[in-house]
Design a protein around this ligand. Structure first.
Ligand code: APR
Ligand code: PHB
Length: 394
């Protein structure tokens, strides 16, 4: 069996794994990234698309943001629409910060191209199948590439392999606590070759269910509709999607332009945290440790915040032999993760239709929306969470 070595073995070439690899490289720490999918699959997978200012700053500091600054759409506000009226939240006026619309697959393209240009590899179609010795100082990853099984020996393993990965389950039963919440709905999401209805995002609370009008470019709309949790995409022919979008949008700014639908899928909604985010020499980051419903657009941003802390802790270890930051990794990340969880849960609860919702609860939802769009204090609270809470000094 052939074997390789790296200081840090990274499982998963999603945003968490690749950002970590770049952060480590900047400080002279070498890593090997294993990814079980193909490069093409990874860059074509359509996912969220909203970057907090801190995530953009991180990519800028790493020299990875040239295309992001050229193509990203900078947003200074968003709208909440309920009871047939839209209310703008002026994010930048309230916080001094902006958010940027830039598809996660574009982020992936940039992260992959920059790593390969720097002469570092990403092992695509290399599936991690087993972790050994995570309780020791010599952990290793068994992985399969083609017909061959190989071993990557390392000092540390970063489990960046997403919610369905193998790193979290490699931690002995009982060592982790799981916190989980499922929601009684999901989203149907489409990409449409048509200009967005507005240059800012519109989050809609409607008796027929939630809708979100977002975008990828001035010619490409990204649209979401609340559907049932086990809904089949076959139940959503294009005509039904356009009709529902139109109904839930109402008479906002004229009629929604309908374009060619180039992508269509059901996104599940779930809140999940595994704690602690570390076991021995295995560190979980991003979706491997936590997922949020997409309403607050926090998934990618939380992943970026985790690896920022992890990279800093590993640099301190290699430079100065310090282990205290590694020991605090999980606590530092979880403070931000739980605030992201709270915000995502709150946005989700405020904006969706709950089927057996008593009328009292629906009135409270509307009062909350009225308050959030009417009180500067409440608006500021939404805005500072939405643009991203400041990073903790570590
Ligand atoms: N071996 C190698 N790679 C694996 C394995 C395995 N056994 N299992 C999963 N992977 C890969 C997946 O193919 C995927 O490319 O790990 C990667 C995990 O990437 P993401 O799921 O994107 O997770 P993460 O990097 O934490 O990014 C979080 O992505 O899913 C969105 O909403 C989420 O925006 C958030 C962000
Ligand atoms: C997106 O553009 O895909 C997007 C934006 C904001 C969200 C969720 C998704 O809250």
């Amino acid at each position: 069996m052939s074997s390789m070595r790296a200081q840090v073995g990274i499982v998963g070439a999603g945003p968490a794994g690749l950002l970590l690899a770049h952060l480590l490289r900047r400080d002279g720490i070498e890593s090997v990234v294993l990814e079980n999918r193909s490069r093409r699959y990874v860059v074509e997978r359509v996912r969220a698309g909203l970057l907090e200012q801190g995530t953009v700053d991180l990519m800028t500091d790493l020299g990875l943001a040239a295309r992001l600054h050229r193509k990203g759409l900078v947003h200074e506000g968003l709208s909440l629409r309920f009871s047939g009226r839209s209310h703008r939240i002026p994010l930048t006026e309230l916080t001094g910060k902006v958010v940027t619309i830039y598809g996660q697959n574009e982020v992936m393209k940039d992260l992959i191209a920059a790593r390969l240009a720097a002469g570092d590899d990403i092992l695509f179609e290399a599936e991690a199948v087993g972790l050994e010795g995570i309780d020791t100082t010599k952990p290793s990853i068994r992985f399969r590439q083609g017909d061959e099984e190989k071993v990557l020996a390392c000092d540390f393993i970063a489990g960046c392999d997403g919610f369905h990965g193998m790193c979290r389950p490699a931690i002995p039963a009982g060592a982790l606590t799981f916190y989980d919440r499922e929601y009684p709905f999901a989203w149907v999401g489409i990409l449409s070759e048509s200009p967005p209805i507005s240059h800012e995002l519109i989050y809609v609370h409607h008796a027929r269910g939630f809708a979100l009008f977002t975008m990828r470019s001035p010619q490409l709309s990204r649209l979401y509709l609340q559907c049932t949790p086990d809904d089949d995409i076959k139940n959503w022919p294009d005509a039904r999607i356009w009709e529902e979008l139109q109904l839930r949008l109402g008479d906002e700014g004229g009629r929604l332009a309908e374009g060619k639908v180039t992508q269509k899928a059901v996104t599940p909604m779930r809140s999940f945290v595994a704690a602690p985010m570390r076991h021995g020499r295995l560190f979980l980051a991003g979706d491997a440790a936590h997922i949020v419903p997409p309403t607050g657009a926090k998934g990618l941003n939380l992943a970026a915040a985790d690896v920022r802390v992890l990279a800093r802790a590993l640099v301190e270890y290699y430079r100065h032999g310090r282990e205290d930051l590694l020991d605090r990794y999980s606590d530092i990340c979880l403070r931000r993760v739980w605030k992201g969880q709270r915000f995502s849960w709150w946005m989700t609860s405020m904006l969706h239709r709950f089927d057996d919702q008593p009328e009292f609860d629906r009135q409270v939802q509307l009062a909350e929306l009225d308050y959030v769009t009417g009180s500067r204090a409440a608006m500021t609270s939404l805005a500072e969470n939405y643009v991203g809470l400041p990073f903790e000094d570590i």
